[in-house]
Design a protein around this ligand. Structure first.
Ligand SMILES: [Zn+2]
Length: 144
């Protein structure tokens, strides 16, 4: 069962749809410059490094680290849990790609800075939301 049954969903655009839908295939896709290979997030179709407009969506490992986080203690909307973790996760491939997400699969008090995490997807209507759980959750002895 979803930890976020009433999550507000982002609107899909041509630029953002690949990011929000690739989770159906278990893939985390990050926009990447065709020329200098810089990862671009949020996806804009424009490379801030070399100013190219030629980009594609590249599957990444799904591994990352908690850059910063906060624990929410208030139920802002009916259906949302009272305690959950809002976080910025930097992807393993590039330090300045930071995904605004939730840390799931552990007690909010267990989350720490630089904690290794891995993506897991939560389906919400047509979207697959990238959330992250502690790397240790994926260890064979903890697999569900
Ligand atoms: Zn570039």
């Amino acid at each position: 069962m979803s930890e976020f049954p009433a999550r507000p969903l982002p609107a899909l655009t041509e630029d953002t749809a690949p990011f929000w839908t690739a989770g159906e295939r278990g893939e985390l896709l990050i926009q990447q410059c065709d020329h200098c290979r810089y990862y671009i997030h949020p996806p804009t179709g424009f490379c801030p490094q070399c100013e190219s407009r030629e980009t594609h969506f590249q599957p990444v490992s799904g591994r990352g680290f908690v850059e910063t986080f906060t624990v929410n203690h208030k139920q802002w909307m009916p259906g949302l849990p009272e305690r959950y973790v809002l976080a910025l996760v930097r992807i393993a491939e590039q330090d300045d790609v930071r995904l605004a997400t939730n840390i799931v699969g552990c007690d909010p008090d267990a989350v720490t800075f630089d904690m290794p995490v891995r993506v897991r997807f939560e389906q919400a209507e047509d979207l697959w939301i990238p959330l992250f759980a502690p790397e240790e959750v994926f260890a064979p002895e903890n697999a569900a």
